[in-house]
Design a protein around this ligand. Structure first.
Ligand code: NAI
Ligand code: MG
Length: 360
């Protein structure tokens, strides 16, 4: 059966990096004899410009019908002044919640070839391989009520709500423990249980889930300490499970351990293993249109798609190996450039990965 993929290039560097990921996906499909059908649509600012909304109903329907979505990134200064309810990022939050993509997998893996690109000492990050499992459809980004109001004394006030239900915590914890079994069997659950009621429930439910995984070592850490430990001794972590906002922040932080956010892929999965795959970074308006963005995060996201939604581990491994070969060849986009390497454009990087893939 053919694999149906909805491609949403998005805004800023989105179309540039997506073009390269599609090239690589098609090359991998040819090599491994996979039937892949691509359909294109818009999300974010591009969708606002075309449909007047950052996520059109037809687009959402296409996404529901697809097995997987490949996304570039959304947002940019062009849409900063529009109605907040129609901002590009709203479209992204909506597609995540409508497809119930509750499990966000963000690997932070240091390619040995890039040890110099990290801002941390090589001995601190060498061999780094962390997987952050972030809850994506609950917590404070979606909690109601959220309101902005003017108090009787004339002062402006605004508040958000951080709710988590048992079932939401349980299902993300299960994903984390299952993935830990495929890795080094260590889970660190990150919360703020010394202060927040939602975190106290989080910890309780994670403990319950852990009973089904006696072979996996569980630890708990407060998020402020986790932020510190991630830069002090990041290699102590294997799988981190955490809530939506903590995961958002910690995964950006973890990305810098690996040298550049331009290297970090992500997968967002639902219970049916349908997934949306996108780089961890945003639309990088500061470098959009120049052909210099690093496409590797998006290419590696396509690899995650083959691995998690389509269970094509060989093809997924091949893309990762091809990326590694290209780094061995000394090819670098600007964000990971180092002395003695050759600077290449977005498209040259994509072409090099395709060539390496064919030669594996
Ligand atoms: P950003 O991730 O777009 O950029 C941060 C910095 O990293 C910039 O200097 C950028 O040039 C650089 N960078 C990012 N990706 C790169 C790549 N592939 N190659 C080389 N350099 C890269 O974050 P920023 O600037 O905070 O946000 C820009 C826009 O993106 C905003 O509208 C924001 O809301 C949106 N955004 C969208 C996300 C998404 O679609 N998932 C996630 C994060 C931000
Ligand atoms: Mg973020």
């Amino acid at each position: 059966m053919s694999k149906q993929i909805l491609v949403l290039p998005g805004d800023g560097i989105g179309p540039e990096i997506i073009a390269e990921a599609v090239k690589v996906l098609q090359a991998a499909s040819e090599k491994y004899d996979l039937k892949v059908e691509l359909e294109y649509d818009e999300l974010g600012g591009a969708a606002y410009d075309k449909y007047g909304t950052p996520l059109a109903d037809e687009t959402l329907e296409r996404a529901r019908r697809a097995d997987a979505v490949l996304l570039g990134a959304v947002g940019g200064p062009k849409w900063d002044t529009i109605d907040p309810a129609l901002r590009p990022e709203r479209g992204l939050l909506k597609i995540r919640s409508q497809l119930e993509l509750f499990a966000n997998l963000r690997p932070a893996l240091l390619y040995p070839q890039l040890a110099e690109a990290s801002t941390l000492k090589p001995e601190v990050v060498a061999g780094l391989d962390i997987l952050i499992v972030r809850e994506l459809t609950g917590g404070i980004y979606f909690g109601q009520p959220r309101e902005r109001r003017v108090l009787d004394n004339g002062e402006r006030q605004a508040y958000d709500t951080l709710p988590y239900s048992e079932s939401e915590i349980r299902r993300i914890a299960v994903v984390g423990f299952d993935l830990a079994r495929l890795r080094n069997r260590k889970v660190c659950s990150v919360d703020k249980a010394n202060v927040l009621a939602s975190s106290q429930l989080w910890r309780e439910v994670v403990e319950e889930v852990a009973k089904d995984y006696p072979d996996v070592e569980l630890s708990h850490m407060y998020v402020d300490n986790a932020a510190m430990q991630l830069v002090r001794a990041p290699k102590q972590f294997d799988v981190i499970i955490t809530d939506n906002m903590f995961g958002d922040i910690l995964s950006d932080q973890a990305s810098m351990l690996t040298g550049s956010i331009g290297m970090l892929p992500s997968a967002s999965l639902n219970q049916r293993n349908q997934g949306m795959y996108e780089p961890s970074h945003g639309s990088a308006p500061d470098i959009a249109g120049q052909g210099i963005a690093n496409p590797l995060a998006t290419i590696l996201s396509a690899s995650m798609m083959l691995r998690y939604t389509f269970s094509e581990a060989a093809a997924a491994d091949a893309i990762e190996q091809a990326v590694s070969r290209v780094l061995d060849q000394g090819l670098r986009t600007g964000d990971i450039m180092a002395a003695g390497c050759q600077k290449v454009s977005t498209a040259e990087m994509g072409d090099a990965v395709v060539a390496a893939l064919k030669n594996l």
